[in-house]
Design a binder for this molecule. Structure first.
Ligand code: MG
Length: 385
């Protein structure tokens, strides 16, 4: 007679066996990925978490930051007044994260690090996107100007106040170094980690694709015009070879999917070939070899052509330029207004004047605002509430 299993466990069930972060990464990550075990750590040393790896904690800290939440009310290219279809800075960030993680997982990179870098990459954008950035750069010219990439570092190292032990988010050095690479851009003496390269490429795929989609929806462009651009023409040819009769909205959506999938697939194939050819066996090797995450030359050329087209037809469109002039005027007035009457600044920014100077503290305050809040504050300060 057989006996009933004791303790209620099913016969053959495996008891829970926890894996350490190092064991988990050894099983999943490629040797050239950034392993948590090799991290240079944090500026302010902290005890390890019992079951969350360092880059996972970075990701969580970013998600819980105020600057991250504010991305939901910051524009990418088009302000909220123009409609509710197009991307915000937050949805752009999530698209970048999604594409970067796809590529990162396929290449067996450290996905937690990829995601942290993606979530952080646009944190420093002021209200009104590049229009806001340009006017803040001019306002702050005497104290070193303004760049959204550098501002993201100021936010995560100084401005966020979330923890009693340290200013900022005390992120891992690899996340900070990856963001610092965005400031230097094409002058990499030492190549960035593959996790950093992947996010850079994903950012470009995301904005090229969704800016065209948003512009179509806002009728700044027509589908026929886009289909004359070689990248779109080729994507449409691929789509039509699979689907014979798509109406225009279906064709547009399917071409957009194809554009992302095609570009990610191309980056993946190029990367695998280079990793093998260059015999890349560690994260240190990555620093010494040419950039690995790069599109094939034909695709890169076609992408550059699309970007020239978008530059001309979308970013310099009369509707975009009109909004640009309006919001730049308002931000400049606010910058001067707070500088002349610093008592209007919130306590925390007034307190920082002593350490960073009045202009920079006003710049930090303005840069942190959402589009909505900036317009609201401008109205309150200059048109009476
Ligand atoms: Mg971006």
């Amino acid at each position: 007679m057989s006996q009933a299993p004791s303790g209620g466990a099913a016969i053959g069930a495996t008891p829970f066996v926890p894996l350490t972060i190092a064991e988990r990464e050894a099983a999943l990550l490629a040797p050239y990925a950034m392993h948590s075990f090799d991290s240079a750590g944090r500026k302010h040393a902290e005890p390890a978490h019992p079951y969350r790896g360092p880059f996972q904690r970075d990701r969580d800290r970013l998600v819980h930051s105020a600057a991250y939440r504010r991305l939901s009310a910051k524009m990418q290219v088009f302000t909220g007044e123009l409609g509710d279809y197009h991307r915000t800075r937050l949805t752009h960030t999530l698209e970048v994260s999604s594409i970067a993680r796809t590529l990162g997982r396929a290449l067996r990179l450290n996905e937690d690090l990829v995601e942290s870098l993606a979530l952080a990459h646009d944190l420093g954008h002021p209200p009104f996107g590049h229009a806001g950035e340009d006017v803040l750069h001019a306002c702050l010219a005497e104290v070193g100007g303004f760049s959204h990439n550098a501002q993201a570092l100021r936010i995560v190292e100084l401005i966020e106040q979330r923890y009693p032990e340290f200013p900022g988010l005390n992120l891992s050095q690899e996340v900070l170094a990856g963001q610092a690479e965005r400031i230097r851009h094409d002058t990499h003496a030492v190549r960035p980690l593959l996790e950093v390269q992947v996010v850079e490429a994903a950012d470009s795929i995301a904005y090229d694709t969704h800016d065209a989609d948003d512009a179509l929806h806002l009728e700044l462009l027509t589908l026929d015009e886009l289909l004359e651009i070689p990248l779109w023409r080729e994507a449409a040819r691929r789509v039509r070879s699979r689907y014979s009769a798509l109406d225009e909205p279906q064709l547009k959506r399917t071409v957009l999917h194809e554009l992302i999938d095609w570009q990610v697939g191309d980056l993946f194939e190029q990367a695998v070939a280079k990793i093998n050819d260059l015999n890349v066996r560690s994260a240190d090797d990555v620093k010494r070899v040419p950039l690995i995450i790069q599109a094939s030359s034909t695709l890169a050329q076609q992408k550059a052509e699309l970007e020239r087209f978008l530059q001309e037809r979308v970013y310099r469109h009369a509707t975009v330029l009109r909004v640009r002039r309006l919001v730049q005027g308002e931000l400049r007035e606010m910058f001067e207004g707070y500088r002349e009457q610093p008592h209007h600044l919130p306590d925390s920014f007034r307190a920082r004047v002593e350490t960073v100077g009045l202009a920079r503290s006003v710049g930090d305050y303005l840069a942190g605002m959402t589009d909505r809040y900036a317009r609201h504050e401008h109205h309150r300060l200059f048109q009476g509430s």
